[in-house]
Design a binder for this molecule. Structure first.
Ligand code: ATP
Length: 365
């Protein structure tokens, strides 16, 4: 195993909008604790994006921010209020979509996991991962080489282009099967090939081709509408779920809420050379600035980033730091008096982050 632990790990931190600054600050408190305990050599560099960058630099995603993300070992991105941004010509760029595209972060890995004994909203405790294709599908900013994937040929006709490619489908399927091999060995492909025979048909053809290369992984297929019902009935029945971009976005919010709360929903956007930690949820403007948001989502995402870096760099201490953060999160959520308001608890965002950091440091003593 190569040990490159003397090389610093450069993480760019973009706090985003709404609850972004609060949950990012709590996440950094935990990362600093992990850095102290495991001597990770983290170099955390704040980079402004979102409405703060619009005010000071005239753009919600300045080119320098993209360059910093490309040059870093990893990115921590807080949620963004891109629906409040002005049009692109006036400086409004969606940092989330744009970074996924520019860093080719094709795999959005979205676990839905019941934590700390907090009961799922329905059914048995959940431990599944949605592997969502991230760079094509129905997203207007990702489906075209030039121009938008949504357009209006007449005032009364709006059209959207949905892009599915063989290369995109193969690589997301490969990511899903590789993950399933390290988990319980089951992949469910979710699709709508009964209606979208050509595009969903191509997606399924690719997933089946990859499935044939992983005979030890059990494989099944579900239609998206049935899958929504099956998740509510018993989400514990699923291990790894692979699907196209928009289905994955919707299903993962459903699965995360069933597992406990959107506030627990971590995610990693990963490509070959880059990875970006990002909570599954949005910027929650309804609770912004009130110290009420649950930062577990972004803390868990940061742990996923450390685990990804550990695997890439062959550094065990990163894997151990990721596991220690997960363990501290689990133990914090296990105590009702340490939970945040979304889980019925009394702790604010900052206090919860401090609690997780303290648990991590205590465990190391
Ligand atoms: P956006 O427009 O940025 O997507 P939104 O409020 O429409 O924001 P989310 O941010 O995903 O969508 O929030 C959906 C609901 O979940 C809101 O009621 C919000 O308060 C709640 N929520 C989201 N994230 C958290 C969190 N980290 N902690 C507690 N509640 C959260």
């Amino acid at each position: 195993m190569t040990n490159t632990s003397s090389t610093p790990i450069r993480l760019v931190v973009m706090e985003g909008d709404g609850i972004g600054p609060e949950i990012t600050a709590a996440t950094l408190a935990v990362l600093r604790a992990a850095d102290r305990v495991f001597r990770l050599g983290l170099k955390l560099s704040p980079v402004a994006i979102g409405l703060a960058a619009l005010r000071t630099q005239g753009n919600t995603l300045p080119d320098a921010a993209v360059a910093a993300a490309k040059a870093a070992d990893g990115v921590i991105l807080g949620p963004v209020s891109h629906n409040d941004y002005p049009p692109a010509a006036q400086g409004g760029r969606n940092p989330s979509g744009e970074l996924r595209r520019q860093l080719d972060l094709f795999a959005n890995i979205r676990p839905a996991k019941s934590r700390g004994g907090f009961p799922p909203r329905c059914g048995a405790p959940v431990d599944l991962v949605i592997v969502r294709e991230n760079t094509e599908g129905f997203y207007a900013d990702r489906s075209m080489f030039l121009g938008s994937g949504e357009f209006m040929p007449t005032a009364d006709l709006a059209l959207s282009v949905r892009k599915i490619t063989r290369a995109g489908s193969l690589r997301i399927a490969e990511a899903a099967f590789a993950l399933a091999q390290r988990r319980r060995g089951e992949v469910t492909a979710v699709h709508k090939a009964n209606v979208l025979r050509v595009s969903e048909g191509l997606f399924l053809e690719c997933v089946r081709a990859v499935a044939a290369r992983f005979p030890a992984v059990r494989y099944e297929e579900k239609i998206i509408d049935a899958m929504a019902a099956l998740l509510v009935r018993d989400a514990s029945a699923f291990d790894v779920v692979v699907t196209t971009n928009m289905f994955g976005d919707i299903l993962s919010d459903l699965a995360a809420e069933i597992a406990g709360s959107l506030g627990l929903a971590a995610s990693l956007n990963a490509g070959a050379p880059h990875a970006l930690a990002q909570a599954q949820h949005g910027s929650a403007p309804d609770i912004a600035g009130q110290d009420r948001a649950n930062p577990a989502s972004l803390i868990g995402s940061a742990a996923m980033l450390l685990a990804w870096l550990g695997e890439r760099r062959g550094e065990d201490r990163l894997a151990r730091a990721a596991a220690a953060i997960e363990d501290a999160l689990e133990r914090a959520i296990a105590k009702p008096e340490w939970r945040t308001p979304d889980l019925g608890g009394p702790l604010g965002t900052k206090a919860f982050g401090a609690r997780v950091a303290a648990l991590l440091e205590e465990a190391a003593r």
